[in-house]
Design a protein around this ligand. Structure first.
Ligand SMILES: Nc1ncnc2c1ncn2[C@@H]1O[C@H](COP(=O)(O)OP(=O)(O)OP(=O)(O)O)[C@@H](O)[C@H]1O
Length: 575
């Protein structure tokens, strides 16, 4: 990989004190930080146990950093000494190794987010009783929820000088991606390594899109400057991502609400009429048009395309439109409902040894689903049904009867041993049943395959079938795959069509980007944003637009005003 190394970049490579590198989207922050990491490993002759730590926020960002690092010629020789990890997973490693020192059992297990949602019973994150319950879960049972990783890891590092020094010795250089988005605990954690490791922080305030979270704010960059006294290097105006287009100018103009008198090279607006069949057709057609546009502009078809929108609801709408014509794509969104719905299928795949026990499991899954979505009346209803079944009384209503019959039917039949077929069989049973609530619950499971864990689950189900002649522990298999997916760096590459929220796309790069606007499921203006400035919406839009290397399509709903875009003139297509 041949890099332009100007004076600023040279000074980054040669600096051996704390550094703050500020730069806009595509200015090359990640790239120069990787170059620095490899140079550091080489110059300092790190021993086998030592590594450069590169901390990122999300698995997506981590996979992008890993991908970029593999383009460096040094990667072959020094790649093993570059440790790219998410804050979350890094904190978990510290917890798993050292948490017993705080009094927890030695074996730590994770409560996945959908179970956490169910346990939390719609209480606030900081609800006192819930916080106490979480303490008990950790210290009595060794079970930890995702949201506690940073707090507990920080406690370990604060309380033990020895562990902190060992970590600093292992990681003499720590690079922090997206430093503007560090929350209070992550920032405290970084501060603890001041003077004992070299710290390089990368940041861009214009991409601060998680500032709706309570302890993330624009002051973070100032605190970094005050506390770490870093050398500051600004790569502000450079754009290596989309240099042959005016994509970055467009993104900046939307951010500053300063439309130019004319269009922008590399940005096209497509208008669709909102009737479902038109909308879905245009979602699909936009992919083909974007491919041809990029081919025309660059001479090559794009390898990677992202369809982005602010909300998960929009992601589901786009994915449904693509699935309707079997267009292969990868989906990423938050998956509590999908996980619980899939758990129901896994539960029904398991061998039915005791019908009452199975019915109780099924009802508990439904109760968890309603707990996670905060539906008080449903929770009460399920609690009373569970109570009745438990004491051998039969609750009224269609739901319980439906499951009694289904469990009975499944008990008396032989599944095929082909996990995909059996999975679909149970899914279809639920999707075609006469109880509306069950159908709607089951429909969430359709996204499981789309979000990449499908293959692992099917592989492990095959294995259990070979070993046991039944799907023993299907729920455990599903659970393991979900937890792995939450933590692993094993994120599929961007090649192909990717559908995700803009938040998930942060730090990624695609040849072409389609931004989908829809009145109810994907408005570009965020709810709760300042209705005059729309500053948060503008930043989020900037992040979406600047993921593109060659071309951006904005798929706009006909007749739907957009304070962000209405003053801009864009090259346009109209259906
Ligand atoms: N010095 C350089 N010379 C040549 N190409 C570069 C250089 N720096 C970055 N690039 C290329 O520009 C693109 C964007 O770089 P990079 O991902 O490092 O930017 P970034 O500032 O981290 O972006 P963002 O904040 O938007 O995630 C990448 O494709 C990278 O290969």
């Amino acid at each position: 990989m041949s890099l332009n190394i100007d004076l600023k970049r040279k000074s980054i490579l040669n600096c051996n004190t704390n550094l703050l590198v500020i730069g806009g989207p595509g200015s090359g922050k990640t790239t120069i930080a990787l170059a620095k990491a490899f140079k550091y490993i080489e110059d300092n002759n790190l021993n086998r146990g030592q590594k450069v730590l590169f901390l990122s926020f999300s698995r997506n960002a981590k996979s992008r950093i890993l991908q970029s690092s593999s383009n460096f010629s040094e990667h072959k020789k020094f790649g093993k000494q570059l440790y790219v990890q998410t804050f979350h997973a890094f904190f978990l490693e510290i917890i798993k190794t050292h948490c017993y020192l705080l009094g927890s059992p030695k074996k730590i297990t994770i409560i996945p987010p959908h179970d956490e949602d169910a346990l939390r019973l719609n209480r606030n994150e900081n609800d006192e009783i819930w916080v106490k319950e979480k303490d008990n879960l950790l210290y009595m049972e060794g079970k930890i929820t995702f949201d506690r990783f940073s707090k507990v890891a920080l406690e370990i590092i604060v309380k033990s000088n020895r562990i902190r020094k060992t970590l600093a010795n292992t990681f003499p250089l720590i690079i922090v991606d997206e430093a503007q988005d560090t929350d209070a605990e992550q920032w405290e954690f970084i501060k603890l390594f001041n003077h004992i490791s070299q710290l390089i922080l990368l940041g861009d305030l214009d991409q601060q899109i998680f500032d709706y979270r309570p302890d993330i704010n624009p002051e973070r960059i100032n605190s970094i400057k005050e506390f770490l006294s870093p050398i500051e290097i600004t790569l502000e105006s450079e754009n290596y991502r989309s240099p042959n287009s005016e994509i970055l100018y467009f993104a900046r103009d939307v951010l500053n609400n300063t439309p130019r008198n004319g269009t922008y090279k590399g940005v096209t607006s497509l208008i669709y009429s909102p009737q479902v069949q038109h909308r879905d057709k245009w979602i699909r057609s936009s992919i083909g048009i974007l491919k041809e546009t990029i081919k025309r502009e660059t001479g090559e078809y794009p390898q990677s395309i992202a369809i982005l929108c602010p909300w998960a609801k929009g992601v589901k709408m786009i994915s449904a439109a693509l699935r309707a014509k079997e267009i292969n794509h990868r989906v990423q969104f938050d998956v509590t409902e999908t996980n619980l719905s899939s758990r129901m299928i896994a539960c029904l795949l398991e061998p039915i040894l005791n019908e009452k026990q199975h019915l109780l499991w099924v009802l508990n899954i439904l109760k968890d689903f309603y707990s996670a979505t905060g539906k008080e009346n449903e929770i009460k209803k399920y609690n009373s049904w569970i109570e009745k079944v438990y004491s051998d009384k039969k609750p009224g209503g269609t739901t319980v009867s439906y499951f009694i019959n289904l469990i009975n039917e499944l008990r008396n039949m032989q599944l095929s041993g082909n996990p995909s077929k059996d999975w679909r069989f149970i899914q279809q049973k639920l999707l075609t049943c006469s109880v509306g609530a069950i159908k709607s619950f089951a429909s969430h499971s359709e996204y499981l395959i789309a979000y990449n864990q499908g293959k692992i689950i099917m592989r492990d189900l095959t294995q259990t079938w070979i070993e046991n002649k039944c799907y023993a522990n299907a729920r455990g298999i599903l659970q393991r795959a979900i937890v792995e997916a939450q933590l692993s760096g094993d994120v599929a590459s961007e090649v192909g069509i990717n559908v995700m929220t803009t938040y998930k796309a942060k730090g990624k790069e695609f040849d072409g980007v389609i931004i989908f606007q829809n009145q109810y499921n994907a408005p570009l203006e965020l709810r709760g944003d300042n209705p005059v400035t729309f500053q948060r919406s503008r930043k989020l839009f900037l992040v979406a637009v600047t993921r593109a290397c060659h071309h951006v399509f904005i798929l706009r709903q006909a007749g739907l005003p957009s304070p962000l875009l209405d003053r801009f003139t864009l090259n346009g297509l109209r259906n």
